[in-house]
Design a protein around this ligand. Structure first.
Ligand code: B12
Ligand code: SF4
Length: 472
C-alpha cells in the first residue's frame, strides 16, 4: 500500500531590505531534511518547501494541491511564529485537513503555544529522527510514541522524552534532494567558492551561556566519526559539485581529540576543500589552528558577545576579555580569518557597557563583526531568570519592555547603527574587505552595504545564534 505523503516546511523569513538579502548567507534547512530522510527511509514520500530562499506567492497552496499531503510539518524557531501562523491559516482556509506537526527549537521550548493556538495537531519535542516516523506510522493512536506533546480534553499532554540519537553515523544524510541546492549561497564577499553547503559534526554544547537556546540538543555531546563526515563531504562534492563547507556545529573543536582526528584525515587525504566553522575564543589552540589551516579552514566565527566583563559574567559566557584578544591573535597568526558576533542590550546592560562592546570590537578587529539586539528566546536561562516576555507578533527588531532592560529598543537601534558605522566605515577595514573580494559582483554588494549602513539600514537585528550566523 502506498504510504501517505508528507510536506515539510521551513517557514523562514526573507529579510526586508535588499541589502540584507544580499548580505545574508543561506543554507539548506537540515532540520526538516534530516527528518525527511528518516521518513523516506520508512517509505513515506516527502516534499519540502524552504521559505528562507523563496517567496510564498502561492507556492504552499500549489504544493498542497499537487502532493495532497496527509501530514504537514513545520520547523519552528521563535522569530518564525508569525509565518507559521499565517501558513496554518492558509492551509485551513483552503480546506486542507492534513495533520499539522510542529517541531524544532521554539515548538520544543513551548509546545503549549502551538497546540493551544491551533497551530499544531501534535508537537515533536526535541530530536525528531525517531519520534516522527513513529508518529506518522501510528497517528492518531500515539500515546505510546515518546517525544510528543498533544492536546487531550483541552490539556497539553507530553508522552515523555524521545529516544536520543546516540549514533549519528547511522543516520541517513539529510534529504537534500528535496530542495533546489542551487538556491543556497554564501553571502558575496564572504566566500571562497561560488557554491557552499553545510554539514554537522556533532550535537550538543557543554557550556551554559544564558542567552543561548539549547532546548533540542542540550549539553550532552554526541559525535560523528571523522570517516562519516569525510564520506558526506565527498558525497556532496560528487552529487552537487560543492567543495566549500560550513560546519554548522555550535563549536567545531568541542571534542578536540575527535576534531584533530578529522583534521589529520582531511590533511592526509589532501581533499582540497575550503571551509569555515564556529568556535569559542577559549578553545583556539595553536596546534589545532595550524592543522585547521592545513585542512582548508579559512575563517572561524566566534561569539564574543560583550565588551564589559560584568556582562560577560552575567551571561555566563565563561571567558575573560584577554582570552578573546589572545584567541583572535592566534587565529590570525595561523592565517585564519575571524568573524565575531556581539549582542547589545542584555538585561541590566547599560548604554556605557554597550559602548564598551563597540570599543572592544574595534580593539579585537575581526575581519567581520556583527552586532545584534538581544532577544530573549523562550526557554533560555536568561528569559527564565529575568522572566522576560517574548513578543509573538514580532518577526524581528523588537523587544517587549521589561524593568530589567536598562536601555530602550530605540536607543539600542541607534547604538547598533553606530557600531556598524564605527566598525566598517574605516579605511583600513574597507581596504581589508575589498582585498578579499574575488567576484566582481561582490564589490557592488559592498558598495550597497556601505550606503545602507550610512542610512542606518542595519539597526536592530535580532541576536544571532551564538557562533553561527554569517552576517557580514
Ligand atoms: C544553522 C542555523 C541557522 C542558519 C539557518 C540556515 C539553515 N537553513 O541552515 C542561519 C545562519 C541562517 C540561522 C539564522 C537564524 N537563527 Co539559527 N541556528 C542554526 C543552528 C546553528 C543549526 C540549525 C540546524 O540546522 N541544526 C541541525 C538540525 C538537524 O537540527 P534542528 O534544526 O534542531 O532539527 C532537529 C529538531 O529540532 C527537530 N526538528 C526541527 N524541525 C522540525 C520539523 C518537524 C516537522 C519535526 C517533526 C521535527 C523538527 O528534528 C530535527 C532532527 O532532530 C542552530 C543551533 C543548533 N545547534 O541547532 C541555530 C538556531 C536554530 N538559530 C537561532 C536563531 C535565533 C536564529 C536567528 C533568529 C538569528 C538572527 N539573528 O537572525 C535566525 C533566524 C532564522 C529563522 N529562520 O528562524 C536559535 C533559535 C532560537 C529559538 N528558540 O528560536 C538557535 C537554536 C541558536 C541558539 N542556540 O540560540 N540559523
Ligand atoms: S553560546 Fe556557544 S558556547 Fe555558549 S552555550 Fe551556546 S553554543 Fe555553547
Amino acid at each position: 500500500m502506498t504510504k501517505p505523503s508528507i510536506l515539510l516546511i521551513e517557514p523562514g523569513y526573507i529579510p526586508d531590505s535588499l541589502i540584507e538579502r544580499l548580505a545574508t548567507s543561506t543554507m539548506p534547512p537540515l532540520g526538516i531534511l534530516q527528518v525527511a530522510a528518516m521518513l523516506e527511509q520508512a517509505g513515506y514520500p516527502c516534499y519540502a518547501l524552504d521559505f528562507s530562499v523563496m517567496p510564498m506567492d502561492g507556492r504552499l497552496q500549489r504544493a498542497i494541491q499537487k502532493y495532497d499531503p496527509a501530514f504537514i510539518g513545520f520547523s519552528c524557531t521563535a522569530p518564525c511564529l508569525p509565518n507559521v501562523q499565517q501558513m496554518v491559516r492558509e492551509i485551513r482556509d483552503m480546506g486542507c485537513d492534513a495533520t499539522i506537526i510542529c517541531g524544532g527549537y521554539d515548538a520544543t521550548a513551548r509546545p503549549e503555544v502551538y497546540l493551544n493556538r491551533g497551530l499544531a495537531d501534535v508537537v515533536v519535542v526535541g530530536e525528531g529522527e525517531y519520534s516522527t516516523p513513529a508518529l506518522v506510522d501510528n497517528w492518531p493512536n500515539v500515546d505510546d510514541v515518546a517525544g510528543l506533546a498533544l492536546l487531550k480534553e483541552g490539556e497539553v499532554v507530553f508522552t515523555g522524552p524521545s529516544e536520543r540519537v546516540t549514533d549519528l553515523d547511522a543516520l541517513p544524510y539529510p534529504a537534500r534532494h528535496l530542495v533546489d541546492m542551487s538556491l543556497y549561497k554564501l553571502a558575496p564577499g564572504y566566500r571562497r567558492s561560488p557554491r557552499a553547503t553545510s554539514v554537522f559534526f556533532h550535537r550538543g554544547c557543554p557550556h551554559r551561556c544564558t542567552f543561548c537556546d539549547r532546548t533540542v540538543f542540550g549539553q550532552k555531546l554526541t559525535l560523528r566519526s571523522a570517516d562519516s563526515i569525510i564520506s558526506e563531504l565527498q558525497y556532496l562534492e560528487r552529487t552537487y559539485g560543492v567543495t566549500e563547507f560550513r560546519f554548522h556545529d555550535d563549536r567545531f573543536l568541542v571534542h578536540p581529540r575527535r576534531a584533530e582526528e578529522l583534521l589529520d584525515k582531511m590533511i592526509a587525504m589532501d581533499l582540497g576543500y575550503t571551509w569555515f566553522c564556529a568556535e569559542r575564543v577559549d578553545y583556539l589552540d595553536a596546534r589545532l589552528l595550524k592543522k585547521m589551516k592545513q585542512a582548508g579552514c579559512y575563517r572561524i566565527e566566534s561569539g564574543v558577545e560583550a565588551g564589559s566583563q560584568r556582562v560577560l559574567n552575567l551571561i555566563k559566557k565563561g571567558i575573560k576579555k584577554e582570552t578573546a584578544v589572545e584567541g583572535f591573535r592566534k587565529a590570525r597568526e595561523h592565517g585564519i580569518g575571524v568573524l565575531s558576533n556581539f549582542i547589545l542590550g542584555f538585561p541590566t546592560e547599560t548604554a556605557e557597557e554597550m559602548h564598551e562592546t563597540i570599543d572592544f570590537a574595534l580593539e579585537l578587529d575581526p575581519d567581520y563583526a556583527a552586532f545584534f539586539m538581544f532577544q530573549p528566546y523562550p526557554g533560555t536561562d536568561v528569559a527564565n531568570e529575568f522572566g522576560l516576555p517574548w513578543d509573538d507578533d514580532h518577526r524581528r527588531f523588537s523587544r517587549i519592555p521589561h524593568p530589567s532592560y536598562a536601555v530602550t529598543n530605540q536607543e539600542i537601534e541607534k547604538i547598533v547603527d553606530l557600531a556598524y558605522k564605527r566598525f566598517y566605515l574605516h579605511p583600513s577595514r574597507i581596504w581589508r574587505l575589498a582585498r578579499q573580494v574575488d567576484h566582481p559582483e561582490d564589490l557592488v554588494t559592498m558598495g550597497m552595504a556601505a550606503i545602507s549602513m550610512l542610512q542606518g539600514g542595519f539597526a536592530g537585528g535580532t541576536n544571532a545564534p551564538p557562533e553561527t550566523t554569517p552576517r557580514p
